[in-house]
Design a binder for this molecule. Sequence first.
Ligand SMILES: [Zn+2]
Length: 417
Amino acid sequence: MKKSLVISNVGRLVTMEPKKGRQGRLGVIEDAVLLVEGEHIAWFGTRSQWMKRRRNVADEFDVAGGVVTPGLIDCHTHLVHAGSRQNEFLLRSYGKTYQEIAKAGGGIMSTVRDTRKTSYDDLYRISSERADEFFLRGTLAVEVKTGYGLDVATELKMLDVIRTLKDNHPIRFFATFLGAHVVPAEYKKKRKDYVRLIIEKMMPRVARLELCKFCDVFVEDGAFTSDEARAIAKAAAKFGMRMRLHVDQFGNGKGAELASELKAVSADHLDHVSDKGIEALRRSGTVAVVLPGATFFTGGKHYAPARKMIDKGVKVAVSTDYNPGTHPSVDLITTATIAVTQMGLTLDEAWAGITVNAAASLGIASDCGTISQGKRADLVVFDAPDEYYPMYRYGRNLAAAVVKKGRAQWLDEYYNV
Ligand SMILES: [Zn+2]
């Protein structure tokens, strides 16, 4: 028989599914109880409904009136990497641009150099500590890209780290192969050879690991062209990987149109997407992943038109884009706050962006992202009067407990278990 766990004394249960008998756009149930069986949600309702059907359940976790939401989902990160780019932040504060720093050997290539020379053990240790930072803020599913190796050995080293994290860390990880992040310095004059290396040498090895559900390409001036992305996507399809694309970040490169042409699960960044691009995303059902933290941290003024995309019927997810250069923060709630203040999302839309829509962008909406019977009981308890308060008090971590794999735990005890 499956182990049962009752989550009791829930002040507000945020189901993310508005229905009759629930409040508002987030489908909130007040004074609620939730029953977990094994690792899944077996039942939830009000306390009085629970009293009527009450039965003996050995384990009870009293959340002291807290707000319970689905585990947060961060669907675009570069979690695994070595080194820091703090010096670039300093340079930018003196007026240097991201592109100038990259041209002078900084940017992504500086992280590539650090990641290449770091041992597997050190890379795993650093990444695992970083994963703890996500976890302690209630982020329970995280997409992680490669792309700081850009040679066969280091790309595989990064994937090994992701696999070990998957096996050992409570977060649920999804790996994306991003060999096409930038053309590495040693291939600058022979970029065709690098694309060939990705397709002929890296992808078969990556596919053999059966670890990556996704393949990503950074389509931008200075990175990869649309035609190169098409060639890589063709190979990815052969290996059973779906595309997610970095597009339209620094200028309009018709990246959204490309993402829908390639039937990508997501098109990410989109700061400069055109109306045509938005229409293409709507038609293909590609999820728009907006990364307002990166625009914010690099001092950009041009945020992705997320408000317009939602109004046009595009599904919008919000993610940190956690990375050492353009957004070195794991704070998904603060990122959601930026989406509200700078992109015009409502707080309800921001919540959808970090739960249900983020799940859709990873193809896992059928088993997480909302609180529904049969879905995984991956839950966060916020020590807050309601679900909007954490985004209001952005920067302060109000995640107090998590439920994961049928177990509940207070986060202040995380390092003691
Ligand atoms: Zn990125």
